[in-house]
Design a protein around this ligand. Structure first.
Ligand code: COA
Length: 259
């Protein structure tokens, strides 16, 4: 159904693979369009997915925008391509379900920016992250100059963007970008293990936590705390909360319905 990505639907888990391995999964407009359509489908609830994993086929997560595209692109086409990419990053951030990036190799340029838009990054020890656009006399256009300094501070972000140098999984862990480092080839399995833990929890609570954290970081602490108060009150009235409490009392696993 897609040319450049693959969607695997497991029980309440959607795994989306970037799948242009001959090009280290470099992204062209088709990748962005297909990923956007796939995320819309996941958001619609058609696959009943409550957690999403993004990963790459072959030896890369995504090695950035497809540089071959840039050879003949006009400025209008380039701007449209950038807008498309930025829209997809925002779609990932705003997707109600949590999105885990399982980074198995190169996450460069737009590939790093995709990972930065995800909620959790898990990386194999041989993964490499970087924003090498300046080597092409370009800049990260998918939020890299804005999301990265907000996450790691301006000094580290400037160093990485000015130099285009790559960092390994261990450095990304030290910078608090990556939450778990796995053996080579194990990032997806580790992401699936984390997904199972998330899937055992109340889906409304998980969705609200994502929204509260993302929107709260954009607001003042007082405003964000009042969002949190409203959200917890909303959950307190949910069917799932009654089931969670009852299951605890009955010493059995809860059966949440997302209501
Ligand atoms: N766009 C288009 N093609 C790309 C690509 C990209 N961003 N990244 C890799 N490829 C292609 C290579 O051209 C090569 O194709 P070929 O076999 O037809 O020559 C293939 O993927 C394998 O890449 P290769 O460079 O041979 O692998 P490597 O292990 O030697 O190097 C990288 C890996 C990631 C260091 C190197 O490919 C690279 O620097 N890629 C560009 C990264 C980048 O600048 N991204 C930001 C773009 S704005």
């Amino acid at each position: 159904m897609y040319e450049t990505i693959r969607l695997e639907s497991h029980d309440r888990l959607a795994i989306v693979y970037f799948s242009r391995p001959d090009k280290l999964n470099a992204m062209n407009a088709t990748v962005f369009r297909e990923l956007s359509a796939c995320l819309r489908r996941i958001e619609s609830g058609e696959d009943l997915a409550e957690v999403v994993i993004l990963t790459g086929d072959g030896r890369a997560f995504v090695a950035g925008a497809d540089i071959d595209n840039y050879v003949t692109m006009t400025l209008a086409e380039f701007s449209a391509f950038q807008r498309l990419g930025r829209g997809v990053m925002e779609q990932i951030e705003r997707l109600p379900q949590p999105v885990i990036a399982a980074v198995n190799g190169y996450a460069l340029g737009g590939g790093f920016e995709i990972a930065l838009a995800c909620d959790v990054i898990i990386a194999a020890e041989n993964a490499k992250f970087g924003l090498p656009e300046a080597k092409l006399a370009l800049l990260p256009g998918g939020g890299g100059t804005q999301r990265l300094p907000r996450l790691v501070g301006p000094y580290v972000a400037k160093r990485l963007i000015f130099s285009g140098e790559l960092i390994d999984a261990r450095r990304a862990y030290e910078l608090k970008l990556v939450t778990e480092i796995t053996a080579p080839g194990e990032a997806l399995n580790a992401a699936m293990t984390l997904a199972e833990k998330i899937l055992a929890n109340g889906p409304l609570a998980v969705r609200l936590a994502k929204r509260l954290i993302n929107e709260g970081l954009e607001a003042s602490l007082a405003t964000a705390l009042s969002f949190e108060m409203d959200a917890t009150a909303h959950l307190f009235m949910s069917e799932d909360k009654a089931e969670g409490i009852q299951a605890f009392k009955d010493k059995r696993p809860p059966q949440f319905k997302g209501r």
